[in-house]
Design a protein around this ligand. Structure first.
Ligand code: GRG
Length: 295
């Protein structure tokens, strides 16, 4: 491990720009406007947390570079599709994403719908390709499909839409977030690992425990940032949860307890990584980044 964590993140983030560029249809290809809009949504923006997780897990388990890149690109494409659809007037109705006008504002609603649909399809095409043996690729496709579907991200979003103005219990809130945000973050870790050497059941369980902890920690911190940071810092509209009367960790637990929960989840994530020793340093550092991030 010759470069420090910040340098490694920068390298992965810059590599991801090229990987996504390579795996998205060129802007000149017909239908050019759709392809341009897909690239507008996916390129040049975001923290790339999911690709960073896929890279860290893939490198820990010696996955081939092309397989890590495909896993990272596929998860990021699903994530970007979810952001594009979530921002639409029928859902969160937002004007700002990643510091830029949202896709339906920059283009139009029908294009935004198609951008999300096409990015989702493209994610599975990217993951289906490459040189890994077919059974492993099928396992990765199934993992991503489950994380994205009604038992994962879409299911969480459905619960979220039904929860406006509803007093959820803490366990209901956790269930919603484990699906809406946690499932895809978990998939990023597990896909990176699946691209590498076969895991023993205990290794699989330890990695899944790590992924579960950081998946929830991410959302607890997202709720904290929504309540405490400004739109310019976040690159998206801040304060929307309270404005929309949405249940959050901050509204249920208060700020101090939410901060303590995020810290506990960070420690849980570190503990889960103990069996992997020093090799898991990047995953440990990513848990810290997720909890200590300011955007
Ligand atoms: C529309 C099917 C469908 C699902 C939408 C993830 C999601 C479900 C909506 C996004 C709304 C939102 C703000 C969720 C909170 C957590 C989250 C996913 C934040 C955005 O992720 P970041 O911070 O974004 O990783 P960047 O832009 O850095 O990639």
């Amino acid at each position: 491990m010759s470069i420090d964590f910040a340098g490694w993140c920068k390298q992965v983030q810059s590599d991801m720009e090229q990987v996504l560029d390579r795996h998205l249809p060129p802007p000149s290809q017909v239908p050019a406007r759709l392809h341009e809009a897909m690239r507008y949504a996916a390129l040049d923006g975001g923290k790339r947390v999911r690709p960073l997780l896929a890279f860290a897990a893939g490198e820990l388990f010696d996955a081939p570079r092309d397989a890590i890149e495909r896993a990272a690109a596929a998860v990021e494409m699903i994530h970007v599709y979810s952001l594009v659809h979530d921002d639409m007037p029928c859902m969160d109705d937002d004007d700002l994403r990643r510091g830029k006008p949202t896709v339906h504002r920059c283009y139009d609603e029908a294009t935004a719908l198609l951008v999300g649909d096409a990015l989702q399809a493209q994610a599975f095409e990217v993951l289906a390709g490459g040189e890994l043996e077919a059974a492993r690729r099928v396992a990765m496709l199934a993992q991503l499909a489950r994380a994205a579907g009604s038992l994962g991200m879409c299911g969480g979003q459905a619960i979220d839409l039904d929860s406006v103005g509803v007093a959820l219990s803490l366990s209901e809130l956790e269930q919603m977030h484990r699906l809406k945000t946690g499932a895809l973050l978990q998939a990023a870790v597990m896909l990176g690992a699946l691209a590498g050497k076969t895991l023993q059941p205990t290794e699989h369980a330890a990695l899944a425990a790590y992924a579960k902890a950081i998946g929830l920690a991410f959302q607890v911190v997202d709720d904290i940032l929504d309540a405490t940071a400004d739109s310019a810092t976040l690159g998206k509209t801040a304060g929307k949860d309270a404005a929309n009367n949405k249940p959050t960790y901050v509204s249920l637990l208060g700020l101090a307890e939410s901060l303590a929960l995020a810290e506990k989840l960070r420690q849980d994530a570190h503990e889960a990584l103990l069996p992997f020793g020093r090799g898991a340093e990047r995953l440990r550092e990513l848990a810290d980044l997720i909890v200590q991030r300011k955007t």
